[in-house]
Each structure stands twice: as structure tokens, then as C-alpha cells.
Ligand binder design. Structure first.
Ligand SMILES: C[S@@+](CC[C@H](N)C(=O)[O-])C[C@H]1O[C@@H](n2cnc3c(N)ncnc32)[C@H](O)[C@@H]1O
Length: 237
């Protein structure tokens, strides 16, 4: 295979099955709602979803009347997205966006920055293609959740104990596997991400570490050591 995009091409079928139309547990119970609220697209606005995968979030934006472009380097995921519609799907990489400057009202990266090797250039690129005054909405994994693959430790009965953290300050990639998916995710300390957004000239407008409903199975454990964050960065007008 010429380029497996760190496992995403090989894992595309399993990823599509794991997402279905509702998304996985984290998306359904934690990250979807605040990311959607952060985007709040207006009808007719131009939105770009970087690392759109099989296009579920593009379809959500399009259902609100936005005119959506979804970008991903994995053709297998975009083929599926195209059959379901909602956006113009473009094969490409986050660190080399094939769009002109100031082309979009909004850019979203929904749990994709951890998958992009050159995240600093990808953030510069997102800022470049935003119109002045436009916003970059980022849902990402918290950095203390990405230092070790599968960091949640459980006892023999399966009860959640704690989240393991190690070598926090070292940027590096690790292979992670679950449900027939095997991909390489990047760990970076939170400071590395924040400095990259600031270097791109963006201004932080909101930052959230959303909780799960404790009544949902798994919600209480999630809230003890959460792994999702949502932030909005604004390009100065
Ligand atoms: C965890 S999935 C998230 C997909 C989608 N945003 C969602 O929330 O369902 C990460 C996505 O990043 C994509 N990706 C991997 N390398 C990338 C790169 N260099 N530039 C942009 N996207 C990339 C993968 O193909 C995959 O679709």
C-alpha cells in the first residue's frame, strides 16, 4: 500500500462500522453536543471539516444549512462519505490544504488533530483558510489521556481504577488498537497545542472539558478521568 496514513486506510472499514450514524460513545455522550454548540453554523456559511473521516459531522453541519467541504487523506473513508452526501469531499492532508486564503467562515477539526503528524502546519493552514473573524472549532483528546495507549486502568472485576500518565512532556506517536481499528495517534502536551494556535495568530474564545451524564452507563467513570476537550479559536477580524 502506497500510503496507509498511519493505519487509517487499512482501518477504514472497521472505523465506518464503529461510527455508524450515531458515532461512538464519546461522541454521543460527551463531545458531539459542545462541538455542535461551538460551531452553531448559520445557513449558507462555508465550513471546512479537516480530517472528516466518513463524514458524520459534515452531514450534521449540512443539515443546519451550511455549505460544507470535508477533507481527509483516506480515499476509502471519503468514498463512504460521498455515498451519504452532505458535503463536497476532497482528498487531502490537513497540513497542506488545497484551498485559497480566507475561503471559509468556519473550520472544524473533530478529533483529528491527534492523527495529523505535522499539527503545527495544520493549525497554520486552518488559520490561513479562515476568513478574518472566522472560527476554528477543535475537539481533541486531552493530553493527559494520550501519553499511553489505553491508559484507563481497571481491576480484575473491570472496575475503573485510574488513568495512567507518563512522559507527558515528550511529543511522540503510539499505535492504538480497538474494535479491528489500528491507527497511530500522536501525544503532545497541551502547551504544544496551545502555543501552535497562538503562533497561528488565533485568539482563544472558549475552552471546555465537557462531562458525561453520570446516569449514562460509563458516565461516572468518564467524569473521574475525562478525555475530551472542545475549544474555539477566533481569527482576528
Ligand atoms: C479519529 S478520526 C476522526 C474522523 C471524524 N472527524 C470523526 O470525528 O468521526 C481521525 C481522522 O483523521 C484523518 N487523518 C489522518 N491523517 C490526517 C492528515 N494528515 N490530515 C488530515 N486528516 C488526517 C483520518 O483519516 C481520520 O479520518
Amino acid at each position: 500500500m502506497a500510503n496507509d496514513w498511519d493505519g487509517w486506510s487499512t482501518s477504514a472499514g472497521a472505523w465506518i462500522r464503529s461510527m455508524a450514524e450515531q458515532g461512538d460513545w464519546t461522541r454521543r455522550h460527551v463531545v458531539d453536543h459542545p462541538t455542535q454548540a461551538a460551531c452553531s453554523p448559520l445557513p449558507g456559511e462555508l465550513w471546512l471539516d479537516v480530517g472528516c473521516g466518513e463524514g458524520r459531522f459534515c452531514r450534521w453541519l449540512a443539515d443546519r444549512g451550511a455549505i460544507v467541504t470535508g477533507l481527509d487523506p483516506v480515499g476509502e473513508l471519503l468514498q463512504h462519505a460521498t455515498t451519504l452526501g452532505g458535503a463536497t469531499y476532497v482528498l487531502g492532508e490537513g497540513s497542506q490544504l488545497p484551498f485559497r486564503d480566507a475561503a471559509f467562515d468556519g473550520v472544524v477539526s473533530y478529533l483529528s488533530l491527534i492523527d495529523i503528524p505535522d499539527f503545527r502546519t495544520a493549525i497554520l493552514e486552518a488559520a490561513r483558510v479562515l476568513k478574518p473573524g472566522g472560527k476554528f472549532v477543535v475537539a481533541n483528546l486531552t493530553s493527559f489521556a494520550t501519553t499511553i495507549p489505553h491508559p484507563r486502568r481497571r481491576d480484575e472485576e473491570g472496575n475503573f481504577l485510574f488513568m495512567a500518565v507518563d512522559r507527558y512532556l515528550e511529543e511522540r506517536a503510539e499505535w492504538v488498537e480497538w474494535a479491528d481499528i489500528r491507527v497511530r495517534n500522536w501525544h503532545r502536551p497541551l502547551a504544544a497545542y496551545m502555543q501552535a494556535f497562538l503562533t497561528a495568530g488565533l485568539a482563544l474564545e472558549s475552552f471546555d472539558e465537557p462531562s458525561a451524564d453520570p446516569a449514562v452507563p460509563g458516565g461516572e467513570d468518564y467524569n473521574r478521568a475525562p478525555w475530551g476537550l472542545v475549544m474555539v479559536w477566533r481569527k482576528p477580524a
